[in-house]
Design a protein around this ligand. Structure first.
Ligand code: NAD
Length: 497
C-alpha cells in the first residue's frame, strides 16, 4: 500500500545573498568581527544554490567572544530582572517586526515551511524572550526557619554561558536557549549550526538594534569541531547549554566534566507513538501522519508507531489516507507539508538506515525512496515494519521522514516496547481512558508525555530527556535555575534585613 502524494516541483528562483541582506560576520562585544575564513551555506531547496558565505570562527574568535562576555558580565548580572527584561522585550518586538524576513531566511536555509514560520514559529521565538523576561521578574527567593535557623535561597547569575544549537529549528532554539541565560543574568556566546546559520545572522542584527550592552550577547559562527569545541573547552565559560545529537552531547559532556562546568543537553529521540484500541482512530491516524512534519527532522517526533492488535489494520488504512494528504514540495509554497532534508549527507544517512533495515529483513510499508520528481533532497514519507525490536531502525534515531510500525497485544507490552530504546525524550499516547492515560504515562521513560495530542508546548513546563536524550531540564524556572548558582544564606533567629 502506498500513499498518493501530490508533488510540487521547485522552479521559483531562490533569493541571492544580496536579496537576503544578511550580515554574515561574527557579532562580538557589540561589534561585527570580519574574517577571511568563510564557509558556504547552500539551500536544501536547490543544493546548487549558494545562499551566503559565513565567517568561520576558530579558537581565537572564541577567545575574543568569551573575553567580551566576561567583561560584560559584572554589569549585566547586577541589573535587576526588570532591567534585563526590558532588553529582552525589546528584542521580542524587533523579531515580530521582521517576521517575514526571518521566516524566509529559515525557510530557504533549513527548509522549514514558510507558512508555519510566518504564522507561528517566529512569534513563538519572540515569545521566548518575553516569557523568560517575565519568569525572571516573578521569581521569589524562598525564606524559611527550622528550629530558629533561618535560610534564604538566592540565585546568583553563573557567568558567561556557551549556547550551542543544531540545524533543525535554529531560530527557535537560539531564542529559547539564550532567553533563559540572559534573563538569569548570564552573558552568552551563541554558536549557530554550520548547516543553517543564517537566521542567527538576522538575530545578531536584532540584538544590535535592541541596544544590549556590548558583550552581553555574542555570536560566533563556525564548525562544531573547531569553534564549538573551543567554546565548550574555554575556561571562561560557566555554563554549557547544548541541543544536538547524542554523539556530540557525549563529547561535550566529557569536556564539561573536565572543566566541572554544569551542562544541559537536549539530545536525540526515538519517541513511541502508542495507539490503544479505545481511541479516536481518525484523530490518532492524522496525528501519526504529522510525525512526517519538517521531513521528520524533529527531535520529539513519535517515530515508533505502536498500535494495539485489534485495530492495527484499520489504523494503517486511516494512516495511509492521512499520509496521502501530505504534499511534498517547495517549503515556500503554502500547500507544501513535506520539505527537503537539510543536506545531501543527511539524506544519505537517512537512506542508509532504510537500506540496512531492508537488508536485515524489515518490510517497507510506505515510501522507502527519494522523491526525485520533486528535487534532489526530498525523501518519501516512509513506514517500515521491522523484523524484530532490536533492529537498528527501531533502536536508533533516523531524524528523517521514516517511522516504524509495530503491533502490541497488552498495555504491559506497549510500555515494554515504548521503553525499549536508549532514548527517553517524549512519548505520545492515544486512548479515550483517562485512567489508562495516567497509568501508562507514569510508566513511560520520557521527559514529556503527550496524551491525545503532540508537540503542544507550555513554556512553563520542564522540557528535556532521559538517558540518551539528554541531561537536565529547560523551561520555566528550571531554565533560570540552571544558569544560576544557588546560594543558601543562613542566620540564627532574627532575620537581618
Ligand atoms: P550535532 O550534534 O551534529 O550538532 C549540533 C551543534 O553542535 C552544531 O552547532 C555543531 O556545530 C555543534 N558541534 C558539533 N561538534 C561539536 C563539538 N565537538 N563541540 C562543540 N560543538 C559541536 O547535531 P545536528 O545534526 O546539528 O542536530 C540534529 C540532532 O539534534 C538530532 O539528534 C536531534 O534529535 C537533536 N535535537 C534535539 C532537540 C531536543 O530538544 N532534545 C532539539 C532539536 C534537535
Amino acid at each position: 500500500m502506498t500513499g498518493q502524494r501530490a508533488a510540487l516541483p521547485t522552479h521559483r528562483a531562490l533569493p541571492t545573498a544580496e536579496e537576503l541582506r544578511l550580515r554574515t560576520d561574527h557579532y562580538v562585544g557589540g561589534r561585527w568581527l570580519v574574517a577571511s575564513q568563510r564557509f558556504e551555506v547552500r539551500s536544501p531547496i536547490k543544493w546548487s544554490h549558494v545562499l551566503a558565505t559565513v565567517v568561520r570562527g576558530d579558537a581565537a574568535t572564541v577567545d575574543a567572544a568569551v573575553a567580551a562576555a566576561r567583561a560584560a558580565f559584572p554589569d549585566w548580572s547586577r541589573r535587576t530582572p526588570d532591567e534585563r527584561g526590558k532588553h529582552l522585550d525589546r528584542l521580542a518586538d524587533l523579531i515580530e517586526a521582521e517576521v517575514e524576513r526571518i521566516a524566509l531566511v529559515e525557510c530557504v536555509d533549513v527548509g522549514m515551511l514558510y507558512r508555519s514560520m510566518r504564522e507561528r514559529l517566529v512569534y513563538r521565538a519572540a515569545m521566548n524572550y518575553r516569557f523568560y523576561a517575565q519568569v525572571a521578574r516573578q521569581l521569589e527567593e524562598p525564606v524559611w526557619s527550622t528550629n530558629g535557623l533561618w535560610t534564604r535561597v538566592v540565585r546568583q547569575p553563573a557567568g558567561p554561558a556557551a549556547i550551542i544549537i543544531p540545524w533543525n529549528a535554529p531560530f527557535m532554539l537560539a531564542t529559547w536557549k539564550t532567553a533563559a541565560a540572559l534573563a538569569a543574568g548570564c552573558t552568552v556566546v551563541l554558536k549557530p549550526p554550520e548547516w543553517a546559520p543564517l537566521s542567527c545572522c538576522v538575530l545578531a542584527e536584532l540584538v544590535e538594534a535592541a541596544g544590549f550592552p556590548p558583550g552581553v550577547f555574542n555570536i560566533v559562527h563556525g564548525y562544531g569541531d573547531e569553534a564549538g569545541a573551543a567554546l565548550v573547552a574555554h575556561p571562561g565559560i560557566r555554563r554549557i547549554s547544548f541541543t544536538g545529537s547524542t554523539e556530540t552531547g557525549r563529547l561535550i559532556g566529557a569536556q564539561a566534566g573536565r572543566n566541572l562546568v554544569p551542562y544541559t543537553a537536549e539530545l536525540g529521540g526515538k519517541s513511541p507513538f502508542i495507539v490503544f484500541a479505545d481511541t479516536d482512530l481518525d484523530a490518532a491516524a492524522r496525528m501519526a501522519a504529522n510525525q512526517y512534519d519538517d521531513a521528520g527532522q524533529i527531535c520529539f517526533a513519535g517515530t515508533r508507531l505502536l498500535v494495539e492488535e485489534p485495530i492495527a489494520e484499520l489504523f494503517l488504512e486511516r494512516f495511509y489516507q492521512a499520509v496521502a494528504r501530505h504534499v511534498l514540495g517547495d517549503p515556500r509554497v503554502p500547500e507544501t507539508t513535506i520539505a527537503p532534508l537539510i543536506h545531501p549527507e543527511h539524506l544519505a544517512r537517512v537512506e542508509g538506515f532504510v537500506e540496512r533495515a531492508v537488508r536485515d529483513g524489515a518490510r517497507i510499508l510506505l515510501g522507502g525512496r527519494r522523491a526525485v520528481e520533486v528535487g534532489d533532497l526530498w525523501y518519501e514519507p516512509t513506514l517500515v515494519a521491522p523484523r524484530h525490536n532490536e533492529q537498528e531502525i527501531v533502536q536508533s534515531e533516523v531524524f528523517g521522514p521514516v517511522l516504524t510500525f509495530q503491533v502490541f497485544r497488552t498495555e504491559h507490552e506497549a510500555i515494554e516496547l515504548a521503553n525499549s530504546t536508549a532514548y527517553g525524550l517524549a512519548a505520545v499516547v492515544y486512548t479515550s481512558s483517562a485512567e489508562r492515560a495516567d497509568r501508562v504515562a507514569r510508566q513511560l521513560r520520557a521527559g514529556t508525555v503527550w496524551v491525545n495530542t503532540w508537540a503542544a508546548r507550555d513554556l512553563q513546563a520542564p522540557f528535556g530527556g532521559i538517558g540518551a536524550s539528554g541531561l537536565g531540564r529547560e523551561g520555566g524556572q528550571w531554565g533560570i535555575d540552571f544558569h544560576s548558582d544557588l546560594k543558601a544564606i543562613q542566620w540564627r533567629e532574627e532575620c537581618p534585613r
